[in-house]
Design a protein around this ligand. Structure first.
Ligand SMILES: C[S@@+](CC[C@H](N)C(=O)[O-])C[C@H]1O[C@@H](n2cnc3c(N)ncnc32)[C@H](O)[C@@H]1O
Length: 377
């Protein structure tokens, strides 16, 4: 039995994980509120816990509700004005914890309404606290209908213990759901250590996970690479990962979105927390650290690696326009501005020509003004 995360104090790594959840949702929520094609939003926290740690520090469900309020209630007002149908579905399989969560959620709404002098809360009536096993709630027809509804934006948190719940089947359902961004936690070290054990093999085809025995710090990267192999090759889909080291073990988050904007937002959060590689809470690529002679946060090993990939792809003609190049930066876990840096350098050195109007746009890349790239023979 794993230790109950809510009975103790949240560790530093758990707080980081919760902050990443919050920041990711903070970036996601207004995008969907403003989207005129979206009728409603559903926010799922399938492994919600009891709502806080032993000290009363808020857990994921309460953090989501706080973010949905926003500073000075700006998101509540926006949600009301836009008339969106907004639902929060919190689930926790342990009866005791689910009951505590229901009490904590009620208390949250009571205090929030009092503090902001609201008689009615936009979110309260549509917040559900459920008490099911994940696989049972996830496979309910009603949940499946919501997941496949194109008119609803979905944000899904899967803060499982261990690794077994987000198996191949669940992952495939998540990546096929339209308008859906998800983020899940996974104990990557455990899979690495028990790769050959039937309890792990039951959930993962571990033959396809290439763990490098000399690089335990990269095990979460390899788990993310495994999930990438489950995405059909003809599907445009974005997956990124964030490794968290805790003592000798490595855990991590995996984020998925079928929209480049979703990935831009997630990468902004990741690079804010890790300016070397945008993917860990430690120096995963062994860069020179601050206060050392060769420290240069604008030229890290990860950036150099991805720049090289982009340069090669441009010069070989695999990337023939800015739209593809910007996406390729995202796919490789870098913010799209890195592509603009590569293009500028190649243009300066006369190695490519731009056909059309050059521009440096590197955010909202789905709306970028396109140009083509020509490699002189
Ligand atoms: C890592 S904790 C989640 C912590 C929570 N996000 C928070 O911020 O406090 C995982 C939770 O999932 C619950 N759980 C474990 N197995 C489950 C299952 N099969 N279905 C639903 N909940 C489950 C556990 O009781 C535990 O509270």
């Amino acid at each position: 039995m794993p230790k109950d995360i809510n009975r103790d104090l949240y560790t530093e790594e758990t707080i980081l994980k919760l902050n990443l959840f919050s920041e990711c949702f903070r970036a996601w929520y207004p995008v969907f509120l403003h989207n005129p094609y979206v009728k409603g939003l559903v926010i799922f926290d399938f492994f919600a816990g009891s709502g806080s740690d032993a000290n009363g520090t808020p857990g994921s469900p309460l953090r989501l509700l706080c973010e949905a309020k926003g500073e000075n209630k700006q998101n509540c007002l926006l949600a009301k004005n836009k008339g969106k149908d907004i639902q929060f579905i919190f689930n926790e399989s342990m009866h005791r914890k689910s009951s505590s969560l229901a009490i904590n959620v009620d208390k949250h709404f009571r205090l929030c309404k009092k503090k902001h002098s609201c008689n009615r809360c936009t979110y309260e009536e549509k917040t559900i606290v459920d008490n099911k096993e994940f696989k049972n709630i996830f496979n309910l027809e009603g949940i499946g209908d919501l997941l496949s509804d194109k008119k609803y934006g979905k944000f899904i948190l899967l803060d499982q213990y261990g690794f077994a719940e987000v198996n191949e089947n669940v992952f495939k359902q998540l990546i096929c759901a339209p308008g859906t961004d998800f983020i899940f936690f996974i104990s990557s070290s455990y899979i690495r250590r028990f790769k050959e054990h039937p309890a792990v093999k039951k959930y993962f085809d571990t033959r396809t996970i290439n763990f490098d025995t000399s690089k335990p710090a990269e095990c979460h990267r390899e788990i993310a690479a495994y999930y990438k192999t489950l995405i059909p090759s003809n599907k445009e889909y974005y997956l990124h990962h964030f490794t968290m080291k805790k003592e000798p073990n490595y855990y991590g988050l995996i984020f998925g979105s079928n929209h480049s904007l979703g990935m831009e937002k997630f990468l902004q959060v990741c690079w804010k927390h890790d300016r070397y590689s945008g993917e860990s809470n430690f120096n995963i690529d062994q860069d020179y650290e601050e206060d050392t002679l060769f420290y240069d946060p604008t030229k890290t090993n990860k950036m150099a690696r991805v720049k090289k990939i982009l340069e090669n792809d441009i010069l070989s003609g695999k990337i023939s326009g800015n739209a593809d190049g910007l996406k390729k930066a995202l796919i490789n876990g870098c913010l799209p501005k890195i592509f603009v840096e590569v293009i500028s350098e190649l243009t300066k050195n006369g190695r490519i020509n731009i056909i059309g109007d050059f521009n440096r746009q590197a955010t909202n890349i789905h709306k970028v003004k396109k140009y083509q790239i020509e490699v002189p023979s």
